[in-house]
Design a protein around this ligand. Structure first.
Ligand code: ZN
Length: 344
């Protein structure tokens, strides 16, 4: 039988000497050359931890980014982070208006932003590497386009053209998987159908790597957890996954452990790799391997083993280092239990 593989959504916590733990977008605790060396060390540490745990497809843990959107997008033009505007974003799930940095210039791409980071990781592991990038719909939802005044759809299309250059360069330099993060696909399902998926596919055109999209219900932070605990409508994947089934996307990362999603919807992704979230990133408690295995078995009813990649629900950046390490081990151990049952 083919084996179930393992990976993570993308991010891991920063070591406490690099940034304050348990905080999203925590400021760096180092500067200049010391910061660069510190980030290198943090990447090395997490690559080794993923290998030691037995994770098959690894990431650099996004150790060089304070935030998954801004750590990339800030390199693509001039932004005002000090004098932010406000915007109705994330479907007003978490607040009526959300602070949004102003974009003061046109988008520009002066060469790959994440290339050196990829080369660093490539030189330190023989395992397949995944690189993550913030998606067009999600970035459009997060900024105020002061310079262009474009609609979210128009901004997303322009951003996708630049994202495509970056994704192609990363694939050529040896990224095995290029993942685009689109949590907003779980919010604006009509926009996904009208323009979101088309724009996402344009970002992937000609990219010679596995093309993955991560669609979740957000980080395990207090604001998000409050929304999740009150939420009763988990039908968003019912709208989006059947659309993605007919696309050029190879892999879809889906939050299943902490959401109320019915795993039956995963069957809509026939032929695609499904990164099934079997690790809850919303609490510090490390799941037992048997719990992880049980979640994988539920998914196996709808996704064949060769297409099932056991994954975390979302990034682990807001977790403690100890908890994240435990969850990595539980993820690999849970998958190993099921693989033994499959005769592997
Ligand atoms: Zn996520």
């Amino acid at each position: 039988m083919p084996s179930i593989r393992t990976t993570i959504a993308g991010s891991l916590p920063k070591p406490e000497w690099l940034a304050e733990p348990l905080v999203l977008r925590a400021p760096w605790r180092l500067e200049g050359d010391a910061l660069a060396v510190g980030q290198d060390d943090a990447v090395s540490l997490w690559l080794a931890a993923q290998e030691e745990a037995g994770i098959d497809i690894v990431t650099d843990g996004e150790q060089r980014r304070r935030h998954y959107i801004w750590g990339f997008v800030e390199h693509l033009g001039q932004f005002d982070f000090d004098n932010q505007g406000s915007k109705r974003s994330r479907g007003q799930r978490y607040s009526t208006e959300t602070a949004a940095p102003r974009m003061l210039s046109d988008l520009q791409w002066d060469g790959p932003v994440l290339l050196e980071a990829l080369r660093f990781a490539r030189a330190r592991t023989d395992r397949p590497i995944k690189v993550t990038l913030p998606g067009p719909m999600t970035v459009a939802d997060s900024i105020l386009d002061t310079a262009g005044g474009r609609s979210d759809a128009d901004f997303a299309a322009d951003y996708a053209a630049i994202l495509n250059l970056e994704a192609r360069a990363l694939a050529e330099a040896g990224a095995d998987v290029v993942q685009i993060d689109e949590p907003c696909f779980n919010i604006y399902t009509e926009a996904v159908r009208d323009w979101g998926l088309e724009v996402l596919e344009r970002a992937f055109a000609g990219v010679a790597a596995k093309r993955a999209v991560h669609i979740c219900y957000g980080y395990g932070t207090e604001t998000v957890l409050n929304w999740k605990n009150a939420n009763r409508d988990w039908s968003h994947y019912d709208a989006t996954l059947p659309l993605i089934a007919g696309s050029t996307i190879d892999q879809v990362s889906v939050e299943c452990a902490a959401s109320g999603v019915d795993p039956g919807i995963l069957g809509a992704l026939e032929g695609k790799d499904v990164l099934v979230g079997v690790i809850d990133v919303g609490n510090e408690e490390v799941e037992r391997a048997t719990v992880v295995a049980e979640r994988i078995r539920h998914a196996l009813d709808h996704v064949p083993a060769e297409h099932l990649i056991a994954c975390t629900d979302c990034g682990m950046v807001p977790r403690s280092r100890g908890s994240a390490l435990g969850k990595l081990r539980a993820l690999a151990a849970g998958a190993a239990l099921v693989n033994r049952e499959l005769g592997n």
